[in-house]
Design a protein around this ligand. Structure first.
Ligand code: BEZ
Ligand code: FE
Length: 299
């Protein structure tokens, strides 16, 4: 676009003028962030050259995103997810230690506290006919089991809905559990096999997906946050192998290392965990990186 001078505003120098307005920002990090924000935002506008009605639509869209947020719905997280920003932030912050389990997005459904449960409990409070046994360990990158680690688990049901999406059909806490590993760093629980599901599309993010011809689906998965003293907390999923949408997750959160290890329970599992031989089994090993020395990331 050619440089134009309108009144006192020269659009060729406006960006620098706005950036200079933040020169007195005392916090260095805040200054760097607002400066980069202005630079990128102005470049975006210069590239798009929005008409005034288009800019109004943009403001209305962001307003609608804000209005859709409530204590159980976070439309801004959803927007960040479908734009791939959540995954970018997650990956930038995932200081990979060799051997540690990969992290992935938290998602918007971890807004209620998971009920504390005993090892071996089911997280299905509805009484679904078939249960999946999940057994796993929490370990350090040195291979040491981590006793008394917490393992927070949440997932949707076999129809693809989280408890908070169906308050009339699912009790609060269904599909959720907070477990503590035993002396050998082990945890195990029973659940239902989660389904793939669409992220919520009844808001402005859904309209964005619709307008751009994108599907809203996520492959089937179980969420985990594992935490232990002196270790970095790990936010991750295990994905169900063979699930639809593993190659086109609406929020770009699949890492192939996180596609789960599924099998069926043998006689030993049956005796140890009280499940029927042949029932579905998922094995999940969560390996936590050491906390940064002097860091604040260990619980
Ligand atoms: C989830 O896995 O719960 C999720 C993640 C991102 C957007 C919507 C849902
Ligand atoms: Fe999920």
């Amino acid at each position: 676009m050619t440089s134009t001078h309108t009144g006192d505003v020269d659009i060729a120098t406006l960006t620098d003028e706005v950036i200079r307005s933040f020169d007195g920002t005392p916090n260095v990090r805040t200054k760097a962030i607002v400066t980069a924000l202005v630079r990128h935002l102005h470049n975006f506008v210069r590239e798009i050259e929005p008409s005034l009605p288009e800019w109004e639509t943009a403001i209305e869209f962001l307003t609608a995103v804000g209005k859709k947020c409530d204590p159980v719905r976070q439309e801004f997280v959803l927007l960040s997810d479908v734009l791939g920003v959540s995954m970018l932030v997650e990956t930038i912050n995932d200081q990979q230690a060799p051997g540690a389990t990969d992290s992935t997005v938290l998602g918007p459904f971890h807004m209620t506290e998971s009920p504390a449960r005993q090892l071996g409990d089911t997280i299905d409070e509805v009484g679904a006919p078939q249960h999946l046994l999940v057994t796993g360990t929490v370990r350090s990158t040195q291979g040491e089991p981590l006793p008394h680690a917490t393992v927070d688990v949440w997932q949707c049901n076999e129809e693809g809905f989280y408890d908070v999406q169906q308050p009339d059909l699912q009790p609060a806490g269904n599909g959720r559990g907070l477990f503590t590993t035993d002396q050998q760093g082990r945890f195990w629980f029973r659940t239902v096999t989660p389904s793939h599901y669409p992220i919520p599309t009844d808001g402005p993010v859904g309209e964005l997906l619709h307008a751009t011809g994108r599907h809203p689906y996520r492959p089937a998965h179980i969420h985990f946050i594992a935490a232990a003293p002196q270790h970095r907390p790990l936010t991750t999923h295990i994905f169900m192998p063979g699930s639809p949408y593993l190659d086109s997750d609406a929020v770009f959160a699949v890492k192939h290392s996180l596609v789960g290890d599924m099998g069926t329970a043998d006689a030993e599992h049956a005796a140890q965990f009280g499940v029927e031989i042949g029932s579905p089994l998922a094995t999940v090993d969560l390996v936590l990186a050491p906390a940064a020395p002097g860091g604040t990331d260990a619980p």
